[in-house]
Write a protein that binds this ligand. Structure first.
Ligand SMILES: CC(C)(COP(=O)(O)OP(=O)(O)OC[C@H]1O[C@@H](n2cnc3c(N)ncnc32)[C@H](O)[C@@H]1OP(=O)(O)O)[C@@H](O)C(=O)NCCC(=O)NCCS
Length: 189
């Protein structure tokens, strides 16, 4: 497997990958293109020996309440390549890149029913916050927010207003004490 940054030449392959992995929630070609050209976004790809792109991760940096926050907008691996550590490698690349940029916190939305992805993120040090985003996905499914502090000094941020996965943009944040986060985690394994 080869890993590296994606560019505009990968646009159609990434679109196909999104459609295969996310069905009706797939990012549009336009949104993927925006991420590929956005200097604050980073897109890593995993390429099989055949040349096929079989996984990617999309992250965008934002300054939120004075804290440089890395938002993970998409992570997917083709089904036949799963459970081989591809997603773990992609996540590590993104986190390493952002750590070098002094990013304080990472954040992502994940479907409440997507226990595979939730377990994956928990294993990689992400914590569930107390916030549920009702109807975040087009099929009406709710999302929950997971965060990871890259800097030990930061406390988790929780967003209030939001749009949806397809729009990929969330609104302002409120800060919750770590104690409430831990209590909530026990209710939503
Ligand atoms: C979530 C997702 C990205 C994980 O991708 P992946 O490449 O399978 O992830 P990894 O291989 O790194 O880890 C997955 C599991 O395989 C296991 N694994 C990794 N390498 C392994 C190996 N060599 N042998 C056996 N198991 C292995 C890991 O321990 C992990 O176990 P877990 O069930 O405790 O999480 C993938 O399932 C996916 O694309 N899902 C659909 C899209 C999605 O839901 N994305 C997340 C939205 S936020």
């Amino acid at each position: 497997m080869r890993y590296g940054k994606a560019n505009l030449l990968d646009l159609l392959s990434l679109e196909r990958l999104e459609q295969t992995c996310f069905a009706c929630e797939a990012f549009s070609r336009r949104l993927i293109k925006n991420h590929l050209v956005n200097p604050r976004a980073v897109v890593f790809k995993a390429t099989a020996p055949s040349g096929e792109i079989i996984g990617n991760i999309i992250g965008v940096l934002k300054k939120e309440r004075g804290i440089l926050t890395g938002r993970i907008f998409s992570l997917c691996v083709l089904e036949s390549y799963r459970k081989g550590g591809v997603a773990a490698h992609l996540l590590r690349l993104l986190e390493e890149e952002w750590r070098l940029l002094d990013v304080g916190q990472l954040r992502l939305e994940v479907g409440v029913l997507n226990t595979v992805a939730q377990r994956f993120y928990i294993r990689h040090g992400y914590l569930q916050t107390p916030v549920i985003l009702p109807g975040f996905y087009r099929n009406g499914t709710d999302a929950l927010i997971m965060t990871k502090c890259l800097s030990e000094k930061k406390t988790p941020l929780v967003e209030t207003p939001y749009l949806s996965r397809a729009n990929g943009i969330a609104g302002p944040f409120k800060r919750l004490p770590p104690s409430s986060r831990v209590a909530y985690q026990n209710h939503h394994p």
